[in-house]
Design a protein around this ligand. Structure first.
Ligand code: TYC
Length: 103
């Protein structure tokens, strides 16, 4: 809602609240079947990670159950999620991918 801060008869300041868009994490979950090399390649090709980042994230998922592939606007997170699920299923892997709203 605009806020009307009328200070006198000559000047009226209208101030709108500006909200930053919420950000969303695309999170990969561990499983016992998806090959490490496939996850590393997905992180490089879809999430634009370097080879070392991709290896670190994959080990983080493998050891702790989940890891953040990337952080995006809602629209981009949905696109990355859909693309990742499609490629994973195309290759016959059960990789689970979720989107988590930040904060
Ligand atoms: N745990 C899998 C294995 O040992 C590797 C893996 C890593 C699977 C990350 C999923 O999101 C994942 N082959």
């Amino acid at each position: 809602m605009p806020e009307d801060n009328t200070s006198n008869n000559t000047q009226t300041i209208i101030e709108d609240k500006v909200k930053r868009p919420s950000m969303y994490e695309v999170v990969l979950l561990n499983d016992d079947y998806t090959p490490m090399d496939f996850v590393i390649q997905l992180l490089i090709e879809i999430f634009n990670r370097s080879i070392n980042e991709a290896k670190d994230i994959t080990m983080q998922i493998h050891e702790n159950g989940k890891g953040v592939a990337g952080t995006y606007s809602h629209e981009v997170a949905e696109q990355k999620h859909a693309e990742s699920v499609m490629i994973s299923r195309h290759h016959g892997h059960p990789l689970k991918i979720i989107i988590e709203k930040m904060q």
